[in-house]
Design a protein around this ligand. Sequence first.
Ligand code: CTP
Ligand code: MG
Length: 361
Amino acid sequence: SSPIQQLPRQTSKQRFVADLSQCLFDFVIQLLPTQEEMAVKEDVRKLLERLIRTIEPDSRLLSFGSTANGFSLRNSDMDLCCLIDSEDKLSAADLVTMLGDLLERETKFHVKTLPHARIPIVKLTLDPSPGLPHGIACDIGFENRLALENTRLLMSYAMIDPTRVRTLVLFLKVWSKRRKINSPYKGTLSSYGYVLLVIYFLVHVKNPPVLPNLQQMPPLRPITKEETHLNGYNIWFFDDIDLLRQRWVSENTDSVAELLIDFFRYYARDFQYNTGVASIRGGLLKKDTKGWQNDFTGGRYDPSRERNRLCIEDPFETDYNVARCVTKDGLYTIRGEFMRAARVLSTRPDRAIVALAELCE
Ligand code: CTP
Ligand code: MG
């Protein structure tokens, strides 16, 4: 018999999954930012840093969020963080106000300042132009060192298994934006929240896990409390990724498509929204042990409880629920979308590309 006949026949499921993985790679690749876009953004960062230094000479302006963690899509916003190394510095609120005035005078950015927010910020936008057809949107925050650290943690997870982790995360970001469930201001979840859901799933739900728990690995040498703590939070994690890639190999060989199908099924069906807290540091935790219960029985209705419909623990700021903006309606919509996605993928249309188009329409 011919060699072809000796190969085991692929089932229709195997064929669909293989096609879907390929489609996911192709889809995500065309949404990555171009070299040109990244260069323009770096120029903007340098320009802004130069201007800020006319007010605070000892300041640095650093990228965080998607531009720095490997999960960036074309035309995504820039998140910048200003660190000031001098002893007697302006208050963040004053600096925000002064910087806002300066940028309004000296640049073409539209400027909005929020000096009294939890993290004071300056919001900038640049109108579209021929060289920059989508313009630029940029937030400058101050002294947000924890955000720089959580960016580094997400980047480390992305680097352990770039193909599977980045493809999954980027796809979910696009999907959540196209399905309009990526707006914390309107009661749904931030990109950061979705990324944490993916990592939680890969570390704690999949068995064998796709990723190790970087925050629970033993350090290579003894470390002191000063080295590991920032603003009272433990920010240590195993960050020698080169070494890790030599020593740690996941036993999980699922393809990207299989992981995506399981991801949607898990959040459509299995995650315990009423009692559970997804924690990438600690696994599945309980709302009541964290004081994040959402119990409306008895007592008066307290809208502040509304903060804990969906609970995702921040990897470092463990008393911060990253999903606190998600409202009752928002969660209902998000869960509906997880169910819809799980259904589309389980019906396995003839061609994977059709499934992908339907998922994101
Ligand atoms: N962040 C945070 N707490 C939140 C939301 C965001 O600390 N509740 C910080 C994180 O460091 C995160 C960064 O802000 O990496 C940017 O968040 P977000 O804009 O949601 O994620 P991006 O990956 O930048 O996604 P997008 O491309 O959609 O902007
Ligand atoms: Mg961002």
